[in-house]
Ligand binder design. Structure first.
Ligand SMILES: O=C(O)CCC(=O)C(=O)O
Ligand SMILES: [Fe+2]
Length: 471
């Protein structure tokens, strides 16, 4: 994507539509549009049976947050209440959370929530049912206008999501997308990154392409930001977990052969920013990990995120491996041990790469079923104008795919450091026992389409300066 990285309001105001150099509407984050006014007055009309004190507090907080133009905060209040309160209270919080999702521009999730609220209200509360149905009609209508390419609606959504992301981050994405939209090669890059959908590939005007792709990119980032907020609030495992210091996870008394193997490859990692190590663990252990992951998948512990435009089909779960009381100790003991061994590598990486690192208390188990792929991306955009992005510094991947053959697909494709797909790439087969270590902010990579069930564990090691260290 674009190499020009510019920041600030000026950029956001001019570049998404760079094809025509049309100006953005003024950035007034707190001024409500007519639709937002309507949403706000709806939220005030919600007069349901008196809720329990807890959820009443959450609903009041959510309404205040919505009024102040803070939909992330509103959503967190509602989600907190939804996990604890009884049906009558959930209705109020469900409606408010739908309004918050609408404010975030996540219209498909808003529709889902409204559908749930409508089903819940059906027999108990006709006025809320009517409100939910009206809101659903409005959200659907807006989604239709977006699909049809209504320039004004698209710009309103882009502007609103841009204000929520902040000028610097919005500026980065909008400027990249705007630049790519101008040429056929750039548009191919947008497709490769998941921002230009099949339905919009034949648009003639760069400005139209820029509007659609900016909307997709900003939604993608809002979704990521929402996950960080939910995780920081303790409502979602992973992403913003508390971290441990690498030394706390590493025993100097016992030397793991895996550590020795990593030590021998450090020069390559330092030079190339990525290294591939083979047969890092005994095949029997990896077989057990795969069986454990398969079982988790059957039990639907691994879940996909349809809102992740770059990776909608991957099924994954962050597993807490560090706490003694982990609920997974019994159901997947070998996976837990393997995750702990990966985590112990952070100490070597910290020393040898001259970084100050911290290890989150969970690592990700993932399955790519047939047709799943992960578009080209970085694991953290911190160095690319996203100052509050997830603070990942090093990615460690471990594959467990016994008997992998080309027909199973799902290869990892990685470019040289900071190359966004213009130079040569290498294709890394997800062979069992293969570990890949790379710099999360530097190596652009993608997962090619899987044709079978492809399993991996991923541990991200974070920048100590930007995380909370567990006491
Ligand atoms: O599983 C892989 O090979 C890479 C997955 C990936 O890039 C990610 O989860 O960020
Ligand atoms: Fe990645």
């Amino acid at each position: 994507m674009a190499t020009r990285v510019t920041h600030g309001v000026g950029t956001a105001n001019t570049t998404a539509d760079s094809g025509r150099h049309e100006r953005w509407p003024e950035r007034t984050a707190l001024r409500r549009t007519a639709a937002e006014e309507r949403r706000w007055s709806e939220s005030k009309q919600l007069s349901l049976p008196k809720p329990a004190p807890d959820s009443e507090g959450c609903a009041a907080l959510a309404m205040k947050a919505l009024e102040e133009g803070k939909p992330f905060d509103a959503l967190i209040s509602c989600e907190r209440a939804l996990r604890t309160c009884a049906t009558s209270e959930s209705l109020r919080c469900g409606m408010l959370s739908a309004l918050a999702l609408e404010s975030l521009g996540l219209l498909n999730l808003a529709q889902e929530r409204l559908g749930q609220a409508a089903r819940m209200a059906k027999d108990v509360d006709l006025s809320t049912l009517q409100m939910a149905l009206e809101a659903m009609k409005r959200v659907r209508g807006r989604e239709r206008q977006i699909e049809e390419g209504d320039a004004q609606v698209l710009m309103e959504e882009i502007q609103r999501m841009g204000a929520l992301l902040g000028d610097q981050e919005a500026g980065y994405w909008i400027s990249c997308v705007g630049e790519c939209s101008r040429s056929k090669e750039g548009q191919a890059e947008l497709v490769q990154k998941g921002f230009l959908l099949e339905a919009h590939r034949n648009l003639q005007q760069p400005a139209q392409v820029a509007r659609h792709a900016s909307l997709v990119a900003l939604r993608y980032r809002i979704n990521k930001k929402l996950q960080r907020h939910l995780s920081a609030a303790g409502l979602l495992m992973g992403v913003a977990d508390q971290c441990l210091l690498p030394k706390a996870l590493h025993s100097p008394l016992s030397v793991d052969p895996l550590e020795e193997q990593l030590r021998q490859s450090l020069d390559e990692l330092r030079a190339k920013r990525l290294v591939v190590l083979d047969e890092v663990l005994p095949p029997e252990a990896l077989c057990k990990v795969k069986l454990e992951l398969q079982r988790m998948r059957q039990e639907q512990v691994l879940q996909n995120d349809t809102n992740d435009v770059c990776n909608p089909l991957q099924e994954a779960k962050y597993l807490p491996f560090a706490d003694d009381a982990t609920q997974f100790r019994e159901s997947c003991p070998v996976t837990m041990q393997v995750m702990q061994r990966l985590a112990a590598l952070a100490s070597i990486l910290e020393e040898e790469l001259g970084l100050q690192l911290a290890v989150p208390k969970s690592a990700m188990a993932a399955c790519y079923p047939p047709k799943a792929s992960y578009k080209m991306h970085l694991d953290s955009y911190f160095l690319h104008g996203c100052p509050d992005d997830i603070p990942r510094k090093v990615t460690i991947l471990l594959y467990c795919n016994q008997g992998w053959t080309k027909s199973v697909g799902g290869e990892l494709r990685a470019w040289e450091a900071f190359d966004q797909g213009r130079g040569p790439s290498r294709t890394i087969e997800p062979l069992t026992g293969r570990m890949v270590v790379f710099m999360a902010e530097e190596i652009w990579h993608e997962v090619l389409e899987s044709h079978g069930d492809r399993y991996a564990l991923t541990l991200w090691i974070h920048d100590r300066a930007r995380v909370q260290i567990s006491p």
